[in-house]
Structure formats: C-alpha cells, structure tokens
Ligand binder design. Sequence first.
Ligand SMILES: Nc1ncnc2c1ncn2[C@@H]1O[C@H](COP(=O)(O)OP(=O)(O)OP(=O)(O)O)[C@@H](O)[C@H]1O
Ligand SMILES: [Mg+2]
Length: 457
Amino acid sequence: MIDTDSDTALISVVEDMQADNQLGNSAHRTDSYQEYRANQPRSPTGGRGTGSGNKESSPLLGPKHDHDHHEHYWNSFPDDPRFEELVRQAEDAIENNVFPQRIYQGSSGSYFVKNVEHKIIGVFKPKDEEPYGQLNPKWTKWMHKLCCPCCFGRSCLVPNQGYLSEAGASLVDQKLQLNIVPKTKVVRLASETFNYSAIDRAKARTKKNIYAKVPSVGRRFNRIGLPPKVGSFQQFVVGYKDADFWLRRFDNEALPESTAKKFQLLFERLVVLDYIIRNTDRGNDNWLIKYETASAAAVTPETESTRDDGDWSIVSNPEISIAAIDNGLAFPFKHPDEWRAYPYHWAWLPQAKVPFSTDTQEQILPLLSDMNFVQDMCDDLYDLFKHDKGFDRHTFERQMSVMRGQILNLTQALKDGRSPVQLVQMPVVTVERSRMRQDTDIFTQSFSHRAPFFSWC
Ligand SMILES: Nc1ncnc2c1ncn2[C@@H]1O[C@H](COP(=O)(O)OP(=O)(O)OP(=O)(O)O)[C@@H](O)[C@H]1O
Ligand SMILES: [Mg+2]
C-alpha cells in the first residue's frame, strides 16, 4: 500500500519543499518576529529532552530542526502557563515514544495522552477523526454517512467542529467560573498512533529517507514526520467515575447533608453550562463524579479501588466534585427539531426538581444580565471558532442567536426561582442580532411556537 503511494508521496514532498521554502523565507521577515518565535514552545513533534536519541525507533516522527517554527505558534498559551506545561509534557512523551493511546469505547478517534512516566494527563480528540471526520477510525460511522447521507449526524450542529465545541464549553465554563469542565483548548499533536492516511505516512517516510541520505536537501523541509493534527486537548481528571456509577449509589444511600448541598450546587452548574451551550449529548456517561471521604483524601491511587468499595457514608465530611466531559456536541446553530429531540438527561434526576439556589442566582445572574459580559463571551467564542477552515460567519451568528436565547431563558428562570425541570420546559427562543449591521446592539427575539422539546413525565 505504502509502496504504491510512494510516487505520489514523492511528488507531494517536492510540492511541500517548494511551499516550505516560501514559508521559510517569510518566516525570516524581521528580527522581532524571530525573537518572538524563539520564545515559543516547541513544535508538536520536536523538542528538547532526550528525544533525539530515539529517532531510530520513531521513524515517522521526524527530528526537530530549525525550519519548523511556524508550528511553534500553535500549542502556545501565554495566559495559561499550567496548561502550556501540560501540553509540553505530552510533546515530550511523544518525542520519547510514549504515544497517545486510542480510547476504544468511543465513537470517534479519541486518545488518552500520557506524560513520559506513562501517566495519563489528557484526552486528545483530533478534528479529522471525529465521528464524521474524514479519518474517523470507526468504519460503522463511515458507512452510516455513506449509506444514509441525508440523516447523518445532528442536523442542528455544525458538522466536524466537535473539537471547537469541546474548547468552547471550557471557555464558557471559565467565563462563568463554573469550574466543572476540565481545561480544554485547541492543540496540535502528531503521533504514530493517530489514524493517518497511507499517503501521509508514505510522505513522512519519503522525507525521512531524503533527510537521512541527503541532509542538505532534507534540511529544507519545513517539517519532517507526520503532520500534526488539530484537535481538542482536555486535561485528564484523576479519581473520577462515570456519574451513573455514583448516582446509583446515592439512590440507595443518602449523602450527608453538607455533601448533598455541595452536590446540588455543582449539579446546578452543570445545568447552567449545558443549557447555555445547548449540549445535545449530556448522558450520565458524559459527566463524572469524584466522591472522596475525608479520611480517603490521603489514600494513594493504588489503594483507591479498595476504598471505593468501602462504607463511604459513615465518614463525616466527604468531598464531592464533578467534571463535565465530552462537550463536542454543543453550540447548535438552530434548536433541535421536535421529532429529534436531545433531552438533557439530568432533568430526570431528583436534583432537577429543586429550585435554583441563592448561591447560583447570585453567581450567575449578575453576569448573564450584563449585555457586555454576554457580548464578550460571544467575541471570545468567535476568536476561538474563526480558526477552523470551515468557519462561516453567518452560521456562527446563528449559533450565538441560539446561545443568547438560552441565556435569556436561563436568566428569567433564575430570577423567578424556577427549577432546572421548569427551565427545560420553557419555550425555546432565539435572539438574533440585527441583520443590517452585525456590530449593532439591536437584537430581535423570536419565540418558538412549537411545544418545548422536553416534557416532564
Ligand atoms: N478529561 C477526562 N478526565 C478523565 N477521564 C476522561 C476524560 N475525558 C474522557 N474520559 C474518560 O474517557 C471516556 C471516553 O471519553 P469521551 O466520552 O469524551 O470520548 P468519546 O470518544 O467522545 O466517547 P463517546 O463517543 O463514547 O461518548 C469517558 O467515559 C471517561 O471515562
Ligand atoms: Mg462520551
């Protein structure tokens, strides 16, 4: 397969060289530009550390060299050094042949990313391996798209932008200080364990051979090795289990009062997040709960399994936290159709019948009632979404119209002291910005005459 592709690969390599040389020229524009680059983190496939000694055993992940600086620009998070360090650890690990590992249970290509000690530190979901991405490793999804193109995917979502939805959810979480979404940002990584086309692999091999045989020519390549993939990188949270697991336990054994109160607050944050971003995929497997008894907090991960089976309800101050993961199916550009509703599964939980707490009202209302805050959030999402090659301004405005409508309903529900169940029963609304001038503050509300897509039974 690779042999058949080698001619095409060679042609592509020559084309790449031409492009790389152009890029190389432009990359040497000014001194300040070079200085800026010099301070940026390493490329997804290159790095310091001991990686250079491993080149032989990692044939497709090429050596770092001077010409790869345009890739440094990615994976740079000056305002979040901790996250940058996390990504750096992932790059180091890949450089040292500790590759991301596919999560087999998922419907798309998602990967556990490790550090050099083989500890899982993140979850990477490349754009082109999303359920309907061109390199999705699950052939059933591919067949689905091929045989049933009219109804594949969720028609209310922008296709193949799940990674942006993941990062967008984290952005909204941070803006509102909900702190329930593990930090997620758009990152570029390359790894042999990712799903690449045969031609990409052949190209990488050809470049590597040229580099080995004629280094003077090889050095002119902008990048040697597999191309980095753009995707969402989410911090891995330790000690959590699927919400389903703990919810079943809580059904049988009531939580201590203070823990139940904390859990209610966290639950309300999940509702706020999901409602604003109009998440269409919040099953109880897509959020996690960590439940730790006070005495267990000091227990090492090795003894964790024994603890989980112990009698957790008798300890006085158990700690509880939640993590909202798998946010790739949110930010629809229209409300889901009636016949194909995507309910918020948390609405069936007993916690959803309790009116929003004063704490949540006080935290969220001042922010959402401020038009400037909401506009700021839309602007930040624009800055994030606009980098996708399929970005369309009009579709983005529609996404924001849905989100503003959700915010309007949520604000009203919080003001009225309603419960999450009552919130999801409100008629959906979109709030459109004036079509005449996108930079105006004139908004039009339109309420749906349809019955709400969720009803309590
Ligand atoms: N940030 C995280 N921290 C800890 N565990 C995580 C994290 N993200 C995902 N996981 C674990 O990996 C599993 C799969 O993750 P996720 O649901 O995001 O992937 P997916 O490929 O979208 O799967 P699916 O399509 O089945 O929903 C989760 O059920 C969870 O156990
Ligand atoms: Mg999932």
